[in-house]
Design a protein around this ligand. Structure first.
Ligand SMILES: N[C@@H](CCC(=O)N[C@@H](CS)C(=O)NCC(=O)O)C(=O)O
Length: 302
């Protein structure tokens, strides 16, 4: 069985989304705890610039963004399915963006005053806008209304007695809705959602799934795993595309929202849902880095 290595940190909501996916599939995995702010010296050689959390490593294949991570988990470990590749992906895209933004504002209204200046400076660079500690409580109050409106849709849906959002078993929609709820309720310990009983009971069911079996690993050990491995050979090829990109061409892949750091390399594979580029660094040797198409800008690089 290939070794799953998750580069993450405990307080990261998007990492919690993936950790619960490990729990649903009852997977064993290696945990590399990465810094909460830059620099991330053991991660950058693997991703080539992408700084966000989490990143999944399987040998010399590096999966950036929870969207592509969950698809890869479904591909390699199909049972039980998470439901990637269905309209649940659209549900997750909504939860990961506007819902998550409202959750962050709400959570930071509580946690903000305890966070160090270095964290604020890092997240200002990350988000591309200035962050003012004195405005956090007001921003939280403003965004709590939209947050509760979004989550009210889930509360209403759960009234029919369903255990999980889109069926009898937990899947992608549950993972996606859970991580903003977890951030507000469990991490920030906010009472903003306390009066939504069905949502809270559902969140308790998701939490009870757990994280599978975790084994700790150091960042340097993970780099050594990549150095000793070759990227997986089952490459899909480069589909015809509007940019006219061809295999081997130098391209850049950049998140379109936050953490807009480009990863540059040679195009290896491209299809409707993902792009794979090849790059090399002395610390990890040759790696293939995989990104989703939705939420990323793919461009020819000079
Ligand atoms: N679209 C990304 C979002 C990842 C994301 O924004 N993660 C946050 C932490 S939960 C992050 O990267 N924060 C800055 C950092 O960790 O350096 C995904 O689905 O994985």
């Amino acid at each position: 069985m290939p070794e799953l290595i998750l580069h993450h940190y405990g307080t990261s909501p998007f990492s919690e989304k993936v950790r619960i996916a490990f729990g649903i599939k009852q997977l064993a995995w290696h945990s590399v705890t990465i810094p909460v702010i830059m620099p991330k010296p053991d991660l950058m050689p693997l991703t080539g610039g992408y700084r966000k959390t989490p990143v999944l490593q399987i040998g010399a294949d590096i999966y950036c963004d929870s969207q592509v991570i969950l698809r890869e988990l479904d591909r390699r470990y199909p049972t039980p399915p998470l439901g990637t590749g269905t309209l649940a992906e659209g549900f997750a895209f909504w939860a990961d963006h506007p819902l998550f933004s409202a959750a962050v504002a709400t959570a930071f209204g509580i946690m903000g005053e305890h966070l160090p200046d270095a964290f604020f400076a890092d997240r200002a660079t990350f988000s591309g806008r200035s962050l003012d500690r004195s405005k956090l409580k007001m921003q939280a109050a403003v965004m709590q209304g939209p947050l509760r409106a979004h989550l009210g849709w889930a509360e209403q849906s759960l009234r029919d007695g369903r255990a999980f959002l889109l069926g009898d078993a937990p899947g992608l929609a549950d993972l996606a809705l859970y991580h903003p709820v977890w951030f507000v309720r469990d991490r920030a310990k906010s009472d903003a959602l306390a009066d939504l009983p069905l949502l809270n009971a559902w969140a308790d069911r998701i939490a009870a799934i757990g994280h599978g079996t975790r084994h700790d690993m150091t960042g340097s050990a993970a780099l050594a795993v990549a150095l000793a491995a070759q990227p997986a050979a089952d490459i899909r090829g480069v589909a015809p595309n509007a940019l006219g990109l061809k295999p081997g061409q130098r391209v850049s892949v950049t998140p379109d929202d936050t953490g807009r750091d480009a990863t540059i390399g040679e195009l290896v594979a491209l299809d409707q849902q993902s792009v794979t580029i090849r790059r090399e660094a002395p610390e990890c040797g040759l790696v293939h880095v995989h990104f989703p198409r939705a939420g990323f800008i793919l461009m020819p690089a000079a």
